[in-house]
Ligand binder design. Structure first.
Ligand code: IPM
Ligand code: MN
Length: 346
């Protein structure tokens, strides 16, 4: 479309710094006739300290009206663990039914990785985003006593599993290698594992052109390190996907490069794009954060909104920028953003 109405949630720590660079590159890549409007939302640790709010209904409603959301990072050591994660980040993913958590992994040039020099690694994890152990379905008995019992139930619905599995088959069918791997742990998690495997096999019959296989999650972690080139598209549940995508980032160039999209493919609610990394309070405010993951998340955002040519330009700019990093002096967050903005504009 000829305009983008973007909600921006810089959030905490380096979130502020990297989002500024993402917006810089976004403005630079968009053609003159595409109008970019942004509205910043003050959400995160500071807001919580000031008002006790994580995500009030008024803002949740207002966010619904945007075309997409760009988010930096959420979380700060001064806020009890889980408050912002559940009250803000996961609340958004659940409220906007972001059932596709898309996390691509590519081996870029000159990246610090144990796999440098290996054959091309280019896979994408389709992580379920609204179910599994993330639903908050649990409780504790005799809390704080030696007899405490805690449960954290993984919720898997036929509807929820089928829609993410279908999306993953569509994505695999559209890629040159046409390969899809289901990752689960159905030798132990027999009920959820059965639902996932059964659904996967049933949908696979509709996609004879896609080669479909299955791996237990523990075995998958081995292959991520020893044979990552075997993967094309991976579909997995919310928690396995969380863990696997940090591992994927680590082996393909570091968390500074890993992008993600929390997508609602129906368009009923805005999708949200964010780097996989967190707020990194240890380096916040020092201009040391690599904004590349946010810039690559902007590419996913552009692609989602139908601006394919611009998305590709952003990805090419990142590739070219990384290719020139070898041996070069380290640059600030701002300098990397400037360099990428210049590249996409030319
Ligand atoms: C991620 C993060 C989140 C998750 C946390 C912060 C709730 O680790 O986006 O991967 O577990 O999904
Ligand atoms: Mn994570």
């Amino acid at each position: 479309s000829r305009s983008i109405d973007l909600a921006v949630i810089p959030g905490d720590g380096i979130g502020q710094e990297v989002v500024a660079q993402g917006l810089k590159v976004l403005s630079a890549v968009l053609p003159q006739d595409v109008k970019l409007e942004t509205k910043e939302y003050d959400l995160g640790a500071q807001r919580w300290h000031r008002t006790g709010d994580t995500l009030p209904d008024v803002e949740l409603e207002a966010l619904k009206g945007h075309d997409a959301i760009l988010l930096g990072a959420i979380g700060d050591p001064s806020v009890p663990s889980g408050v912002l994660e559940r009250g803000l980040l996961l609340k958004l993913r659940f409220a906007f039914d972001h059932f596709i958590n898309l996390r691509p992994s590519k081996l870029f040039p000159n990246t610090a990785t144990p796999l440098a020099g290996r054959p091309d690694i280019d896979f994408v994890v389709v992580r379920e985003g609204t179910e599994g152990p993330y639903t908050g379905n649990g409780g504790s008995l005799r809390t704080g006593t030696p007899a405490e019992v805690a449960t954290e139930v993984s919720v898997n619905t036929a509807y929820g599993v089928e829609r993410v599995v279908r999306d993953a088959f569509e994505r695999a069918a559209a890629r040159p290698r046409k390969k899809l791997t289901l990752v689960h742990k159905n030798n132990v998690l027999v009920y959820a594992g059965h639902l996932w495997k059964n659904t996967f096999d049933r949908v696979a019959a509709e996609y004879p052109q896609v080669s479909a296989d299955y791996l237990h999650v523990d075995a998958a972690t081995i292959f991520f390190v020893t044979q990552p080139e075997r993967f094309d598209v991976i579909v997995t549940d919310n928690l396995f996907g969380d863990i696997l995508t940090d591992l994927a980032a680590a082996v393909t160039g570091g968390i500074g490069l890993a992008a993600s999209g929390n997508i609602n493919p129906t368009g009923a609610f805005p999708s949200m794009f964010e780097p996989v990394h967190g707020s990194a309070p240890d380096i916040a405010g020092q201009g040391k954060a690599d904004p590349t993951a946010t810039v690559l998340s902007v590419a996913l955002l552009l692609r989602h909104l139908g601006h394919e040519a611009e998305a590709a330009r952003v990805e090419e700019a990142v590739c070219a920028d990384l290719a020139e990093r070898d041996g070069a002096a380290p640059r600030t967050t701002d300098e990397i953003g400037d360099a990428l903005a210049v590249r996409v504009a030319s």
